[in-house]
Write a protein that binds this ligand. Sequence first.
Ligand code: ARG
Length: 263
Amino acid sequence: MSRLTRARRTAALAAATAAAAATALFTAPAAGAAPQPIVGGTTTTTSAYPFMMQITDSSQRQFCGGTLVAPTKVVTAAHCMVGETTSSVRVVGGRTYRNGTNGTVARVSNIWIHPDYRSVTRGDDVAVLTLSTSMPYATAPYVSSSDTSVYAPGTTARILGWGTTSSGGSSSNQLRTATVPTVSDSSCRNSYGSRYISSDMVCAGYASGGVDTCQGDSGGPLLIGGRLAGITSWGDGCAAADSPGVYTRLTTFSAQVTAQVNS
Ligand code: ARG
């Protein structure tokens, strides 16, 4: 797992942050380069994207993203929930800033992790959280199993999150967003070999890199045509050329998500 970008709460740990800052000295672009805003995006708000949820620890420290798909149901990544319990996590809506105290905090009454989930490069990276109380925010529609055409290569997809703005960098305090084109299965297979499982994953990003999700964005949405179509899952580094972001292919799992939404 070490080569894979894993968000988790490392960003919240001072020691890890210091280590990341040290690493960044060796991986940062040349001095004077433009800040790499996710990586390569712009700031936005939860007013603009009301379904965008922070997944936090019990002290409300954000470590992953999630998407509100029903008043008490949040779609996120399975790898975000490994080792978590209903008492260790919170879902926070309506909070644009990681260090904010506003918005709505919900406790979690159930965590469904895809039963076949083992690791991000083996697919099945999807989880559904059931909240103890309803979120007073607009929900996002999500793709159905027959919507596979949304992934046609080159389709514009929107990514959102509070993750690091460069590989090994620090998290963004403000929510960020960017758009990236979807990538064909053959191209993504060229990048990742057998780690790319086309039935369970979809890639998005520019061949030249520069725009991508990064650590801390996991679990958040890949939106295509305004619908949730993917979940931020993994990649080699962030925003590197020929290493696109890998997202959970939600059409494969939408029936299972619906079963959880209706449970
Ligand atoms: N696994 C990361 C997370 O847990 C997401 C990394 C996405 N990486 C990428 N290059 N798109 O936050």
